[in-house]
Design a protein around this ligand. Structure first.
Ligand SMILES: NC(=O)c1ccc[n+]([C@@H]2O[C@H](COP(=O)([O-])OP(=O)(O)OC[C@H]3O[C@@H](n4cnc5c(N)ncnc54)[C@H](O)[C@@H]3O)[C@@H](O)[C@H]2O)c1
Length: 328
């Protein structure tokens, strides 16, 4: 069994690896025997998410630990932070770029910060990849690039009409990935995540997913608030499935220049979700309604065929199972 140490494995860099999705990606990479370097400035991520791999007990027998955490801001570039680690372990093989300002609401309040972190940050990653001969860059894009669509399921070739600086910066980043691939020869894949949920999602953040907020409240026996009638739908995809898709895209060579949805292809209404969460938590909470939020998308559902064809990826975790794991 793998025990948390790697001797001669090419480096995989995960930006944003101390975050919710990033820490699950790190777990999977280390489970696959990869040597991982996380670059994260810990603005929303937590060292605790990586604690088991940072524990010195994982560096027995004189071997190197499988994980190194570099507390750095990606917008300042990757060359300086990675210099020492590449001098020791050789060049970076793959980069998974997840570091981002993740709040749509914050991007509307402060678009310049969003451009700086989410667009400039991506270009810094791609510049490093070009100069260092990195074999593949996998990037966390978002369903937010689509905006409101005429129909569902949403296919990757639908027109993109992002409705926030966050969606626009993700879309612009995808275009930059395409440029680096087509013109600069850096293989890239962009993954448009739908609504990701699972353990370690931060319910204390006002911007975190509805599931972590519902779970937190239902566990405490407090009311769950639904904005509007609750008939709005989302494609909720479990973080373990997302981590698998990310690793497929980053470690394999398939999908260069591709953009693909990462969802389940199943639609769940917010009311249905609230009822299931309350039930799993013992049924003590009431479901209450508040006025609908302006501009909220009514239906969201991923078309999942491209990821299946290109990466061989299909989400496998049923919502009830994923919710049970999230509720702990
Ligand atoms: N959670 C979702 O449902 C969802 C949906 C679509 C896309 N995404 C994308 O997935 C990625 C991961 O999101 P998450 O939900 O895990 O959020 P998260 O906030 O837990 O993770 C983001 C990580 O990036 C780090 N970070 C932010 N700015 C940085 C910077 N300038 N330099 C270095 N590190 C920085 C944060 O500290 C954090 O650890 C993001 O790119 C996000 O936009 C998430």
């Amino acid at each position: 069994m793998y025990r948390g140490r790697v001797t001669h494995s090419p480096l995989v860099v995960v930006t944003g690896g101390a975050g919710f999705i990033g820490s699950h990606v790190v777990d999977r990479l280390i489970g696959l025997g990869r040597r991982v370097v996380v670059i994260d400035d810990l603005r929303s991520g937590k060292r605790a998410n990586l604690a088991r791999w940072l524990d010195p007990r994982h560096a027995l027998d004189g071997a190197e630990p499988a994980l190194e955490l570099l507390v750095n801001d990606v917008t300042e570039g990757l060359f300086a932070p990675l210099a020492a680690v590449t001098a020791k372990h050789g060049p970076v093989d793959r980069i998974i770029h997840l570091a981002a300002q993740v709040s749509v609401v914050a991007s509307i309040a402060n678009p310049l910060v969003d451009v700086h972190v989410n667009y400039r940050g991506t270009v810094q990653v791609l510049e490093y990849a070009r100069a260092a001969g990195v074999k593949k860059v996998a990037f966390a894009s978002s369903a937010a690039v689509y905006g409101e669509t005429d129909r569902v399921p949403v296919e990757e070739d639908f027109p993109c009409r992002p409705m926030s600086p966050y969606g626009i910066d993700k879309y612009a980043s995808e275009k930059m990935l395409h440029y680096y691939s087509a013109v600069q020869g850096v293989a890239t894949t962009a993954l448009r995540f739908f609504n990701v949920y699972g353990p370690r999602q931060d319910p204390s953040s006002p911007y975190s997913g509805v599931i972590s907020i519902f779970a937190d409240r239902a566990r405490a026996g407090r009311d769950l608030t639904i904005f509007g009638d609750g008939e709005q739908t989302r494609d909720f995809v479990y973080v373990g499935d997302v981590a698998r898709a990310v690793c497929e895209a980053a470690l394999g060579d398939a999908g260069d220049r591709a953009v693909m949805n990462i969802g389940t292809g199943r639609e769940t209404s917010v009311s249905q979700l609230a009822r299931t969460v309350v039930e799993l938590c013992g049924g003590r909470s009431q479901i209450v309604h508040a006025p609908a939020r302006a501009g909220e998308i009514v239906r969201s559902l991923a078309a999942v065929e491209r990821a299946a064809t290109v990466l061989g990826f299909r989400a496998e975790t049923a919502l009830a199972d994923g919710l049970r794991a999230t509720l702990g």
